[in-house]
Ligand binder design. Sequence first.
Ligand code: ATP
Length: 435
Amino acid sequence: MPAEFPDLFDRVVNLSKRRGFVFPSAEIYGGFRSTYDYGPLGSLLLRNVKEQWIRSMVQERDDVLLIDVAILAPPAVFEASGHLANFTDPLVDCRKCNSRWREDQINGVCPTCGSTDFTEARAFNLMFKTHAGPVEGAGAEVYLRPETAQGMFVNFANVLTTSRKKPPFGIAQVGKSFRNEITPGNFVFRTREFEQMEMEFFVPPAEATQWYEYWIEQRYNWYVNLGIAESLLRIRPHDADELSHYSSGTSDVEFSFPWGWGELEGIANRGDYDLTQHMKHSGVKLDYFDQVTNERYTPYCIEPAAGATRAMMAFLLAAYDEEDVKGETRMVLRLHHRLAPYKVAVLPLSKKAELSGKSREVLKLLQPHFMCDYDETQAIGKRYRRQDEIGTPFCITVDFDSLEDNQVTLRERDSMAQTRLPISDLLPTLRERLS
Ligand code: ATP
């Protein structure tokens, strides 16, 4: 991370709470450990992260389709996928202080008491299980999905027949996933309830390697294009002993978090494992008949699997900045304008009624096009700072001259440059600069 903020993590967590990005869940009851609520600004930022993903993965292509699958799923899905048997982490208990840990995360030393005396590791299944309907017991069990991906495999045939696509094509989904993590933590980096953005790209087997490389590059560029410096990103191919048994290649896009490199997303070549498993267990054909070559085959699948909530945290960390302006510290969140919660803030110079009237006219003009904030409290300098702190790219100030000349001041967040322009030019100017 930028060396100038050794306590960057704390600063971003504090900012998140203070300005309404992220709140501890159920806080009035003392909080609910490692669970978070997204506040007025955080919910907009998170929504923008997801929208940018959909824009690049679905909207700007013609070979990927978006679906939205139920979170509750029957055991059969996870029997077939292997999650019931294999979706486990190695759980150990410290014999001295009784705390519980994921064995692969602690290097043999208890982070609470320093002891090295642990129980044997047990396989702990991370799926949340509950039951559907009023009767508990066998036959009523359901699971909260631990990833969105299975929804794409289970709906493969539905999408194929209704969309008339053919490989190579992808099915994408954004939504909540749940994992009973042994040690959640580092703010929203690892939580038990989180949001994922996943895409399964189905290809003829002979093209799998080429598409795998393609998606690694695409996904890395997505973070760069949304403003994360390349010095904070890297691609890490998994070693052979890290690979899942079905994967012939996995690479992670990693971000330099304040505690070290951490995964933002994984891109995996999953072969035909998933479709084959679901075909075996459901008895339904999930292969593809190519009428041109007269060949029937089970497509291979390349999966870029990202976390929306984790990406949001990376965008916040990467955007945090402070600078000295005339002897005062200015805190500025240099979020890409497409991610910024508010694109524009309308600020009347004073609270006088005639300025409010004009300012609200400007606000009404912009609201159908951009998410806007409106603020008439405090001195104008303070209000600029408040908008800088939450990453608003543009402020518009309405002053007494505006009442005469129908012009306003447009102030840009990063450069703090101010320009005066007619109200009638606002919309085209902002449209261009916020596109
Ligand atoms: P880890 O090894 O860190 O537990 P994983 O490799 O199992 O993660 P995947 O199954 O590949 O993670 O999930 C894809 C993405 O979903 C991750 O890269 C991450 O961004 C996000 N993700 C996974 N688990 C969590 C979690 N508990 N909290 C927040 N995001 C998560």
